[in-house]
Design a protein around this ligand. Structure first.
Ligand code: COA
Length: 204
């Protein structure tokens, strides 16, 4: 007796079940989807950055070629939130191998580093103040906990965003040595408890 016929509650995979019109495969895009980004998402990322940063200060964390660079080198350290197929929020990270961020961290990915440098978190203008930035960051940090080589996450932000990151569990590390134009930053870090015990109990 075959395994399938011995288990009557399992339908044989070759069974031809008629599909009613209501059950046909839907061709609509998922309402909400989280996934890693890739180089093909770079333009959508940069559109959000352009509005969020360039139109405000003339500067942005990553220029288009740098977005492509990181999404090619370490796409697994990015996370995008799509609604109906449209990018509404994203995070781009890379690996860093020192205690504090230096100017090199803005452009380099250090594959053997154990620190994730979050270069940018941004939410599309029309989706801000709805909790999306915090939710995306939370999901990202949960995901990082599942990567055995990651010990902490770091970022630099302007003064006014320190409370936002504190609410997500980041701690201040003092002023960053990096200055971009007239902008100064506070460096913040988040300890990723990547030990085996925590990973075992975190659904990784
Ligand atoms: C900062 C940002 C990512 C927050 O995402 P969001 O989805 O709007 O934020 P949430 O709805 O999850 O959280 C709202 C909280 O964020 C904080 N916040 C968001 N934007 C802020 C701003 N411009 N100034 C000060 N606080 C801000 C507030 O603490 C707010 O809390 P409140 O509701 O009690 O006032 C988003 O506003 C954004 O993309 N801004 C432009 C790009 C940017 O500055 N990115 C950060 C780079 S380090």
């Amino acid at each position: 007796m075959s395994v399938v016929s011995a288990l009557p509650f399992l339908k044989p995979i070759h069974a031809r079940v008629p599909i009613s019109p209501g059950r046909q495969r839907r061709h609509t895009l998922p309402a909400s989807e989280f996934r890693s980004l890739n180089a093909e998402d770079a333009i959508s990322v940069f559109e959000i950055e352009r509005e969020a940063f360039i139109s405000v200060s003339g500067e942005c964390p990553l220029h288009l070629d740098e977005v492509r660079h990181f999404l090619t080198l370490c796409p697994e350290l990015s996370l995008g939130w799509f609604e109906q197929g449209r990018l509404v929020a994203f995070i781009i990270g890379s690996l860093w191998d020192q205690d504090r961020l230096t100017a090199d961290a803005l452009t380099l990915h250090k594959p053997h580093g154990t620190t994730v440098h979050i270069h940018v978190l941004a939410v599309h203008r029309t989706f801000r103040q709805q909790g999306k930035g915090s939710i995306l960051l939370w999901r990202y940090l949960q995901y990082l906990r599942c990567l055995p080589y990651v010990r902490r996450a770091v970022l630099m932000c302007e003064d006014f965003l320190v409370p936002f990151y504190q609410k997500s569990g980041f701690k201040g590390q003092g002023p960053s040595e990096i200055i971009v134009g007239s902008l100064t930053f506070i460096e913040m870090y988040y300890p990723i408890r990547g030990h085996a015990f925590v990973r075992r109990n975190s659904g990784c």
